[in-house]
Ligand binder design. Structure first.
Ligand code: GDP
Ligand code: IMO
Ligand code: MG
Length: 431
């Protein structure tokens, strides 16, 4: 039984939530391994819409164990609110949710620092989700953070928290620091928030090793996307975690041999939310149309997403960085009305034609896309359930992606509902 990784191949919001939820119908375990509640993963089931920020998108499937791995940063208050919103009975989520003791806690000071750092950057701001993600990961790397497991011993937690907050006081305006760096008050608040989850704290790596030994189907759910990876992304316009498939090992506590397949989710066009380079961005009416038809507004912040055509230079990089075995193309239906569809095949940088992602960040900023156009199909694809029934031009578009990226497209999503999925090769075989 395989362990499958699902990662975003672009700048996030590729439709990972929908795909993870769909595949979770055959999974036993779904694991988040990085990021925090900066993620917004949307799942439509019938007329119900769910947006998951921190809960694994397998939570709607009643037999699935959901694990929040140690590579995640956790806002306990928002976890509580999310559990309330999804309206799953407490007895059910208590049975099916496990959280690694290694997760680092997002504290009120992290949120304040995220805001302060964006304000300080002014025009050069990252455009973060203001969820405190960067400062929480910074504390983790600086060894000044607090972890969920730390809350299991009150006195230990108070000591760890105090040293964490002492280091922050000078970084924030005095009045704000008095509030968010008040060690006693914050400790009381976090300890109270953590208490309901004490029984859910687990060694996620051990739990996953047991599941694998029992030949369970495991899904690792990536958040954000490859180009937002703190190392390989468009630094500094990135998030603060490793979003690529390699992040699974350190974030979930499994070894590299415990991964069987890696699936990249590719939106049929490209979007990005927040600042930073985006070579295939469209600043014209077509870009606006993609935003409108695709409903491209952030699931976490509501911000309009920047839109553009598919970028093969960027995607080849994602194929390589993630060792993608397969691709899922999502939101194909958004292109239904178009008479032609662009793909970026190369960049022009300072008069040169380049087909690889430039090393120099200034070259990335200045990269001009070289376009190729394919015919549109101008008919509805949503509701189509087999590849053969897709219009000819849509099949050609998919085959072009496969050919140029040298990776098979094994699933195609045309429509937001969990049932609207063309499966060319099932992810999990029969149980
Ligand atoms: P994620 O962060 O990768 O899970 O993606 P988001 O949920 O942030 O954004 C994807 C958006 O596209 C959501 O609103 C989904 O409901 C929607 N979506 C996913 N797949 C499809 C599709 O095939 N067609 C259409 N029209 N919408 C889709
Ligand atoms: P999902 O999982 C798209 C972006 C932010 C910002 C940058 C850093 O739904 O695909 P952060 O708050 O992480 O410090 O912000 O990363 N970003 C996302 N963009 N989808 C996401 O998640 C994102 N999570 C963060 O907009 O540019
Ligand atoms: Mg999203």
């Amino acid at each position: 039984m395989p362990s499958i990784v699902i990662v975003g191949a672009q700048w996030g919001d590729e439709g990972k939530g929908k795909i993870v939820d769909a595949l979770a119908a055959r999974a036993d375990v779904v694991v988040r391994f990085q990021g925090g509640d900066n993620a917004g993963h949307t799942v439509y089931s019938g007329d119900k819409k769910y947006v998951f920020h921190i809960l694994p998108s397998g939570i709607l499937r009643s037999g699935v164990l959901c694990v929040i791995g140690g590579g995640v940063v956790l806002n306990l208050k928002n976890l509580g609110e999310e559990l309330q919103t999804i309206r799953i009975p407490e007895t059910d989520w208590r049975r099916r949710l496990r959280i690694s003791g290694e997760v680092h806690l997002i504290l009120p000071c992290h949120i304040a620092m995220d805001q302060a750092s964006e304000t300080l950057r002014g025009k050069g701001k990252i455009g973060t989700t203001l969820r405190g993600i960067g400062p929480a990961y910074a504390d983790r790397a600086a060894r000044t953070g607090v972890r969920l497991a730390d809350t299991l011993d009150e006195s230990w937690f108070r000591t760890q928290l105090r040293s964490c907050l002492d280091a922050k006081r000078g970084c924030l305006p005095e009045a704000q620091a008095r509030d968010v760096c008040d060690a006693d008050r914050v400790a009381d608040e976090i300890l109270a928030l953590a208490k309901p989850y004490a029984g859910l704290i687990a060694d996620a790596g051990q739990l996953l090793a047991d599941a694998r030994r029992k030949r369970k189907n495991i899904l690792f759910e990536g958040a954000q996307g490859t180009m937002l990876d703190v190392g390989a992304g468009t630094y500094p316009y990135v998030t603060s975690s490793h979003t690529v498939a390699g992040g699974v090992c350190v974030g979930a506590g499994v070894g590299p041999h415990d991964i069987d397949r890696i699936i990249g989710v590719v939106k049929a066009y490209t979007t990005r939310v927040g600042e930073g380079p985006f070579p295939s961005e469209l600043h014209d009416a077509t870009g606006e149309m993609l935003r409108k038809i695709g409903g491209e507004y952030g699931a976490t912040t509501g911000r309009p997403r920047r839109c553009g055509w598919l970028d093969l230079v960027q995607l080849r990089r994602a194929v390589r960085l993630n060792s993608l075995d397969e691709i899922v193309v999502t939101k194909l239906d958004v292109l239904d009305a178009l008479d032609r569809i662009g793909i970026c095949t190369a960049y022009r940088v300072g008069g040169r034609r380049v087909t690889e992602w430039p090393v120099n960040p200034v070259d990335v900023q200045q990269a001009e896309p070289e376009w190729e156009y394919l015919p549109g199909w101008q008919c509805a694809t949503d509701g189509v359930t087999t590849f053969a029934k897709l219009p000819k031009a849509a099949r050609r578009y998919i085959r072009t992606i496969e050919k140029r990226l040298e990776v098979p497209v094994t699933m195609i999503s045309a429509g937001k509902d969990r049932a609207q999925l063309i499966i060319r090769k099932p992810a999990f075989g029969k149980k």
